[in-house]
Design a protein around this ligand. Sequence first.
Ligand code: S2G
Ligand code: ZN
Length: 464
Amino acid sequence: MQAGPCILRAVRPSDFKNLSALCADIKVRDIERYTSEWFGRTSNIKVVARPRSVHEVSDVLKYCNSSGIGVTVFGGNTGLVGGTMAERSEVAISTEFMNRFLEIDVSSGIATVETGLILQNLQERLAIHHLTTPYDLGARGSCTIGGNLATNAGGINFIRHGPLRAHVVGIEAVLANGDVLDLMSKSRKDNCGIDLKQIFIGSEGTLGIITKARIHCPSLHQYRSVALISLKGDFTSTVLETLKKAKETIGESLSAFEFIDGEGAELVGPLPSGMDPKYSGFAVLVEASGSASVSDKIENFLEQLPDSVEGVVGSDLESMSKLWHYRELLPVKMASLGHNLKYDISLPQRELYKLVEGIRLRYANRPDVLKIVGYGHVGDGNLHLNVALDPQFERNPSLESDMSHSVYSYVSECGGSISAEHGIGRDKLEQLFFSKPTVVLEYTRALKKMLDPNGILNPGRTIL
Ligand code: S2G
Ligand code: ZN
């Protein structure tokens, strides 16, 4: 049963005229960027509203709510789970023009922004004040702060800063009926009853549209150093052992710890150290950052590793971004092979790679399966298991549901999460019960019904 009892109606030509009276920038033509996503699917968006103010957002929502029209919220459209995929004809509300950097309180490190601001633009503005964002993603050049908040984005520095929601000081959100909730507290310590803002963070736009945010931003560390090393052997004795050593020697300066398995390393090509891509083991990227030099910490960490470990260290911007490029290139290379089945899961670290080995054992010999790779943020217990399908074969629904069932049953048995950072959107909706008990889903639906009784916000997504 979907949340929201009312039957939504299709968009009519008259809606364009009516909406134009409420929002200056309304489009029905040249809207391809809202009807397609990067996996090539089509979203049934008929009208695009690009508000410049929270009042326009409120008026457009009021109209759609009273008319029973579905609304899809757009940030940078970089999501990976079909969050912007409208099935029925819907109105899109894009925050792209609500993208101002409003204020920085340099002493507290609290930045106030409109949520259409692109992550990289925020990072550049903060760098002027020797500050940075408490998270970072490969999609930084196009993802927006609103989309990051809507998915409680994880990214590559989670091991250092923890969840994004912990750094959000305040938000402004607009509900389906147009009510504007001013939750824009300026105080990091604010214990006045229930912290309502937290229900909007990670709700993927289904409870309200976040239009402004106040985020506590940490210092931009002057010193960074990155090591990319190759390890031979099994996951536990190599990657997990190395993670332990990194925590012991680099300590609080550890800002990222990523792994790529041998299959992935083979795809990305020889490590900058020239390591042979045909090797069977793992590549690990370790980053340290701090207000004082961290090169000695990285050197000390490397000295703790077995002599057989090869590695390369970068401390200047160019060499560090080359090493990061090696890690960020993997999902791009996998996508170039053909359609990817992407599993973004949380697991206890010791179980993490057993899943990759089990899935490889079961499916690697199929002619329609091109490549199975395991990589990701192992320091957070977050595995990305990507399976590239051979485009010469038709998509096989029974293979895909069989594989999903294998993956998610294992995740459920281990007490993990079927979505560590990418969210639920449309693609993970039917698997939610692997991670959420029925009674929890019922209360989630009750909350949705209270805040969006007509179910107009991102219908058919995120809430089962
Ligand atoms: C990562 C994003 C890319 C992908 O690389 O850490 O979260 O397609 C992913 O999986
Ligand atoms: Zn990731």
